[in-house]
Design a protein around this ligand. Structure first.
Ligand SMILES: Cc1ncc(C[n+]2csc(CCOP(=O)(O)OP(=O)(O)O)c2C)c(N)n1
Ligand SMILES: [Mg+2]
Length: 700
């Protein structure tokens, strides 16, 4: 296959790639330490002293080479679970690794929260890693992008690694596209051991070669290398890193390695690899071939080699004994680091008094001015997504008005702040969220848009397994305070199944996320500003039907107006019944209340707009139910297993003795939103549905 030629030819190449004997010996020591740690962990697992093991046996040579090419603390690293030797070469100690294996409270990567080999070291810029195959690629792109945004002259690069199986994930291709599009300094190292658990390469990758498949990507340096050969790997990675550092674009190093042990201790490779194949693989073992090379070249004699082996054995033994003595995580620590302990967005500090000025504005207008004001205030705020820019061809902006979002929420931002801070992305939701995560990890404040809630699902793994988990799984070592703005909801007449759905409960169920859903322009403004100034990942759900309603407009409340999370608003007071709701149903609940009150002058209905769904204002719900003793929980999303089920269950649990009637729920039929208005009206909850249920409860 075609690859970029090596930068030096054999004759002029310096001996041993310019590496001195001490460095070569250090490389061996690192490789050997990695193998010894794997072997020790396997023993510990068999003794039930640790609970999981995944080894990097056979991958050590290329990993140590990568660790020696990268600059710890300056470059950024997104490793995967086989990268023990890489992390050792970057400076993680055997003891630190074993702390994770035993699950100790003092495990610096995760505090005993993640399986062994889930690396992470803030000081070394080794970003916390997870188990889903391939999620790291798009984050690495965002990380590299952040580096260029923060300092266009810097030459730091981002290394991201993965197995050849993980390149079948769509996110790998989204990452390659984005990295090539922007010529970002991302070094993709694919450690190809020919298997993804039991699936061999010919059942995995068309043509059998990932670097072959990537041939059409512009600006991409591509190099295949024998990854069990330390010197060849070092050369390939040096060249790839130089390409990235020089600003020419990303690089893909496709390293052929061997997986000498089974996939993990839960797998037995003898079930799918023949004895001959396993023997051939073991003959390529770098832990045998590299020291032989060192001895043959006279760099190390056998006695010195033995001394290193003994020394490493002793170090691993001592580190193991020490790790086994360490405390387990406290049971009471389970909730720590779900959210920031630096900024509390539910605190009084965000309880601002509005300073109104001007005419009432729509929700779209106030969202737009809030974004503008926050971008002026904080140069780290960035806006990106599909169609959010005014015009990607910025030279045309003096001829055209500009798009600025399909709902115009971001109109004019690119014109004011430039294409570096406001830009269109490829149509790739996982990459939008993943890039935002990578950027936020480096201190930027991405306010990214997912164009419609109905299309958030390609990004679900990034949201659930990454965005929401990074702070918790790294025990506070890393965070990614991204704001995701997402238009949501129906009552549109014609939106149908793919432009009208709700589904907020899918996200309120995720620990570590904040979820907001304002019903009017003022709350949208105050909550979006708090979201941007907070330190947690936030899903900011903007109801499309409410963007331009006349009834929910408010004058501008001032450039510092914020609203704390978890603070409901009593939008109508009453004493006979409470309706707890949010979003587009707030207005419907008000109308229903007035309808009921018109026919029955004795009753008055209280309406509570939660506005913040996670966290939510239990105190407001409780106070109201204690007063009215009757409650409906209403929402636009489907009824069953919906957001209301949680609130209703808690009321039944904690306020049972305050209730004069059962807790009632009102929501959409358990189906999709239909296109024809007659269908849509039948499916989504209407004013009459609310009024009918209110009357039933009042009569109970
Ligand atoms: C998204 C996702 N799907 C499936 C898995 C289960 N799984 C873990 S590792 C693995 C195989 C990965 O193979 P490869 O990328 O070649 O890496 P290797 O383990 O061979 O180094 C699979 C299927 C997972 N962790 N994540
Ligand atoms: Mg593999």
């Amino acid at each position: 296959m075609a690859t970029t030629p090596a930068s030096t030819d054999a004759q002029s190449a310096p001996r041993f790639e310019g590496l001195d004997p001490d460095t070569l010996i250090r490389a061996f020591r690192l490789m050997h330490t990695a193998r010894r740690l794997d072997d020790r962990e396997i023993t510990l697992k068999r003794q039930n002293l640790i609970f999981f093991q995944a080894s990097g046996a056979g991958h050590e040579a290329v990993q140590v080479a990568a660790g020696m090419v990268l600059r710890p603390g300056q470059d950024w690293i997104y490793p995967y679970y086989r990268d023990r030797a890489l992390c050792l070469a970057l400076g993680v100690t055997p003891y630190e690794m074993l702390l994770q294996a035993v699950g100790a409270a003092g495990d610096p990567a995760s505090g005993g929260r993640q399986m062994p080999s889930h690396w992470g070291a803030p000081k070394l810029n080794i970003v916390t890693s997870s188990s889903p195959t391939g999620t790291q690629f798009v984050q690495a792109v965002g990380c590299a992008e952040a580096g260029r945004i923060l300092n266009a002259k810097a030459d730091d690069i981002t290394l991201v690694t993965g197995g050849e199986g993980s390149t079948s994930e769509g996110e790998f291709w989204e990452a390659l596209n984005a990295a090539c599009l922007k010529q970002l300094p991302v070094l993709f190292l694919i450690e190809d051991n020919g298997y993804a658990i039991s699936v061999p390469i010919e059942a995995q990758t068309a043509g059998g070669s990932i670097s072959g498949l990537a041939a059409g990507f512009p600006h991409l340096f591509r190099q295949q290398v024998d990854g069990v050969d330390f010197l060849a790997s070092y050369r390939a990675l040096e060249d790839a890193a130089a390409h990235c550092r020089s600003g020419r674009g990303p690089a893909l190093v496709h390293a052929h390695v061997v997986r000498l042990y089974s996939h993990s201790l839960s797998d037995d490779e003898r079930m799918y690899k023949t004895a001959a194949e396993r023997k051939a693989e073991s003959e390529r073992d770098p832990i045998l071939t590299f020291p032989k090379f060192l001895v043959d070249e006279g760099i190390l004699d056998r006695q010195a080699l033995q001394l290193i082996v003994h020394d490493v054995d002793a170090e691993v033994h001592e580190a193991t004994q020490e790790a086994l003595r360490q405390e387990a995580p406290e049971r009471g620590s389970a909730l720590a680091h779900l959210y920031s302990d630096r900024v509390d967005p539910a605190s009084e500090a965000f309880d601002a008094t509005p300073q109104f000025s001007g005419e009432p504005k729509t929700m779209v207008d106030l969202l737009n001015s809030t974004l503008r004001e926050e971008m002026r205030r904080d140069p780290n705020v960035l806006v990106f997504g599909e169609d959010v820019a005014d015009c990607s061809r910025e030279e045309n902006l003096n001829e055209v008005k500009g798009k600025g979002g399909v709902f115009k929420v971001t109109a004019g931002l690119q014109t004011e702040f430039g294409s570096r801070r406001v830009f269109n992305t490829p149509l790739a939701e996982a990459a939008i969220v993943g890039r935002a995560i990578g950027m936020a990890t480096r201190g930027l404040k991405p306010v990214a848009e997912v164009q419609f809630f109905d299309y958030i699902w390609p990004a679900m793994m990034q949201i659930r397994d990454e965005l929401a988990t990074i702070r918790w799984r790294s025990n506070g070592g890393f965070s990614c305070p991204v704001v995701l703005r997402i238009p949501i909801g129906g009552y549109l007449n014609g939106g149908a199944i793919y432009h009208s759905q709700c589904g907020e409960v899918e996200f309120t169920h995720i620990p570590g996320l904040r979820v907001l859903m304002p019903s009017n322009a003022l709350d949208a403004c105050g909550l979006l500003r708090t979201a941007i100034r907070s330190d947690d990942p936030v899903l900011f759900l903007e109801h499309k039907r409410l963007y331009r309603e006349p009834y929910n407009r408010w004058p501008h409340p001032g450039p510092d107006f914020t609203i704390p999370f978890g603070r409901a608003k009593v939008v109508k007071t009453g004493h006979s019944l409470t309706i707890v709701t949010y979003g587009a149903v707030v207005q419907k609940a008000l109308q229903a209340a007035m309808q009921v009150e018109r026919t029955n002058h004795e009753v008055s209905i209280e309406v509570i707009d939660l506005r913040s769904l996670a966290p939510y204002d239990w105190d407001a719900v409780r106070a109201s139910v204690e007063k009215t003793n009757r409650v409906i929980v209403a929402h636009e999303d489907c009824l069953s297993w919906g957001y209301g089920a949680e609130i209703a269950a808690r009321i039944a649990d904690q306020l049972f003795d305050k209730l004069d009637a059962p807790v009632r729920r009102v929501g959409a039929l358990d189906t999709w939103v239909g296109y024809h208005p007659q269908l849509e009206n039948a499916i989504l909850p209407q004013v009459d549905d609310l009024a009918r249920e209110a009357e039933r409860l009042l009569a109970y």
